[in-house]
Design a protein around this ligand. Sequence first.
Ligand code: PLP
Length: 362
Amino acid sequence: MWRIKLKFKRKVHLKDISRIRIPEDRDLDNCLRLNRNERVADWHKGFLREVFDSKPDYLLNVYPNSDSIYKKLSKYLKLDKNQILLSSGMDGAFKAIWETVTDPGDHVGVPVPTYAMYHVYNKIFDTKLTQINYDSYTLKLKWNELDKFIESKPHILFIPNPNQPVEDPLSIDQIAEISKRCSENGTLLVIDEAYYMFGCETAIGLVKDYDNLVILRTFSKGFGVPGIRLGYMVSNTENIDHFSKTRFAYESNSLSDAVGEYLLDNLDIVNDYIKKVHEGRNYLKSELSKLGFNCNGNVGNYLLIDFGSKEKCKYYASELEERKIHVKANYSDEWGKYMLVTLGPKETLVPFIDVIKSSFIL
Ligand SMILES: Cc1ncc(COP(=O)(O)O)c(C=O)c1O
């Protein structure tokens, strides 16, 4: 693409960024999707009809009006609606933050390994990313690296809580302490709560105490609808006003809002599924421990399994792949021995365990 003679000015730093689409080589109708922390069980037939039955016939022939979902979110979160900003998934919120806060060369940081888009936005906005490491043996954050990073007075510290694939959840007291130190240093603290509904505490209550704190949420995980690309950020009204400066004319759309509203009105459906994920987690952990495998996971919709070596991990991943069971087993370096498996209701995980048992090697 860059071999052609440029006919207009382009931002030079974008030249070396290649945006690949995540290869969707999954046979979605027949495979078991355990590789992307999505909802594993399908929504029931008729779900979309139920969602749209309550909506007026003009839903699609007028521009979106998000008042209703803002009201529902404000009630759900017990916050003023001016403290909330909808985004295109949490991804849209990352972009809004980078766009409205950073200049090229600014210093940002995130604990790694983590969600890949942190690296992508760092490149897009030409910032300088410090990776704060987890210990691959204890699966704990290296606090000395975090302390050093905060002391360097960076511009933004992102902390997914829990993180993935390593959860290592932080307590509210720890987040309060980090917020305080960040605020003394002029650092924006962003807590990514993508997985909070599966068991982690939320730091939303701290927003009133710390002006430099932003919480990000999504409908992709606990609510189980990544396809609608809906997320939101929460902070004080001044910050939200600032982050919304570069938003699209409409930050969401009527179809996504309708699904989001339906789920906010029917939280029992959402909570029932989360309960089943917890049951699935207990089942998988107990079966894996009978086979002698260590695994880590208490507060997300995923389990990190230690297969002891990269070779064994690859072996099991290819056995699973052959039966169209997709898992994530492409971590690099010392993380190569780990496999990440998305959790669903127990019955969706039985085929996974069956393959591990039938291909068991010492
Ligand atoms: C830690 C973390 N944050 C954010 C996201 C992105 O969520 P969304 O689908 O809302 O963009 C993911 C997705 O896997 C994630 O793992």
